[in-house]
Design a binder for this molecule. Structure first.
Ligand SMILES: NC(=O)c1ccc[n+]([C@@H]2O[C@H](COP(=O)([O-])OP(=O)(O)OC[C@H]3O[C@@H](n4cnc5c(N)ncnc54)[C@H](O)[C@@H]3O)[C@@H](O)[C@H]2O)c1
Ligand SMILES: N[C@H](C(=O)O)[C@H](O)COP(=O)(O)O
Length: 344
């Protein structure tokens, strides 16, 4: 990269081309100066992006770059690292033929951040079913990135999903599994390892020196002292006690229905929830437009908007870019914290 160009850019993956990823990326790029966004390079099919820009009536100059080194922050257009696997421009119509390109973008972005060429990756939403149909064997980015980073670095990774917004930050301890499998998957060990990763990354990546965690129960009323399910007393409470013993500021198990009101939220930095919807329903209800999905536990920084492909809005120009913008900003902030820590 041109030295005069400043810090390393973020790398953005295009996500599902039939969704709103291309739209919100173009929207953010268009107003990047006004919104003071960190510079980014997009991995996408340049022709598909040009067609989407035309459909949205956005006047944008696209420049394809062969590597991040060719990125120049002074260039006024959109810099794209072109995909080898092509993407069709068909809003609202997911096509398995796009799958290879979608996965290629994630793979290349991961390698670029691991190699230190890009500062962090911001992923646009993928259509999970469309990828499963072409053999993608991971529930989502979260698990895929863990496997990929583990394979590329030789260090196994436990990925932790954090949804963070202005009102609430929360983590589902079990992630993309059927609700019926949650009680079996939930172990004291899993709660311990998740909480330790959350605490370590809050310190290292968010600059929060003394993180306060709240751990939810699993059952109604956190099990009513064992009368409504045993997991709260037998699995969750022992984890909370061990974590407290380790010196972490942690409370729980708290009843899930009363831990998300404003006064309760003020008492913790991150809520550890026992399953996907217990965490994501309050997060997306309180701040759908500003919440960001971050994968903790990785050797790289990865953020993403909290929403999905919103295929019903693709190509219309009505998708809101706010969560994507928040994901760009957070990735920029996290990489500054990382740079400051490595400089000191
Ligand atoms: N990080 C990711 O890759 C990710 C995250 C969530 C969902 N998904 C995938 O996205 C697909 C669709 O999922 P879904 O329908 O459950 O959720 P969704 O977030 O795509 O859509 C839910 C509703 O919110 C609206 N919406 C979403 N984003 C919006 C935006 N930026 N502006 C305005 N309105 C917006 C949609 O129009 C829709 O009505 C699924 O395949 C799912 O797996 C991917
Ligand atoms: N569970 C997240 C959500 O519903 O917003 C989303 O599916 C995240 O998936 P990734 O692992 O692809 O980030």
């Amino acid at each position: 990269m041109n030295d005069a160009a400043g810090p390393r850019p973020l790398v953005v993956t295009v996500g599902e081309p039939s969704g709103v990823g291309p739209d919100i990326t173009l929207m953010a790029h268009r107003r990047r100066a006004e919104w003071s966004l960190p510079p980014f390079v997009l991995i996408a099919d340049p022709e598909m992006m040009a067609r989407r820009a035309e459909r949205l009536r956005f006047d944008v100059t696209i420049r394809t770059v062969g590597s991040i080194a060719e990125f120049d922050v002074a260039f006024d257009g959109l810099s794209i690292l072109p995909l080898v696997n092509r993407h069709a421009e068909a809003p609202g119509r997911p096509d398995p033929a796009n799958g290879a390109g979608t996965i290629e973008a994630i793979d290349r972005a991961t390698r670029l951040v691991l190699a230190g060429e890009a500062s962090a990756m911001v992923t646009n939403p993928i259509d999970k079913k469309a990828l499963y149909d072409v053999g993608f064997a991971h529930p989502g980015h979260t698990e895929y990135l863990a496997e990929l980073c583990g394979a590329l670095t030789g260090c196994p990774v436990q990925p932790v999903m954090l949804l963070t917004g202005p009102e609430l930050s929360c983590v589902p301890v079990t992630i993309h599994i059927p609700l019926a499998d949650v009680p079996k998957a939930l172990t004291t060990e899993l709660i311990l390892s998740t909480a330790r990763i959350v605490a370590a990354d809050l310190r290292a990546r968010f600059g929060l020196n003394a993180p306060r965690l709240a751990v939810s129960g699993l059952n109604p009323h956190a099990g009513e002292r064992g009368a409504i399910g045993r997991e709260d007393e037998e699995v969750i409470r022992p984890a909370v006690e061990i974590l407290r013993h380790e010196g972490l500021d942690v409370v729980g198990p708290l009843p899930g229905d009363t831990m998300f009101h404003a006064e309760a939220r003020a008492r913790y930095d991150v809520a550890l929830c026992m399953y996907h919807d217990q965490a994501l329903i309050p997060a997306k209800t309180l701040a759908f437009d500003e919440t960001v999905n971050v994968t903790l536990g990785l050797p790289i920084i990865r953020t993403s908007p909290d929403h999905g492909t919103a295929a019903d809005l693709a190509g219309l120009g009505t998708a809101r870019p706010a969560s994507f913008v928040a994901a760009l900003r957070l990735a920029g902030r996290m990489s500054s914290i990382q740079n400051e820590a490595s400089a000191s």
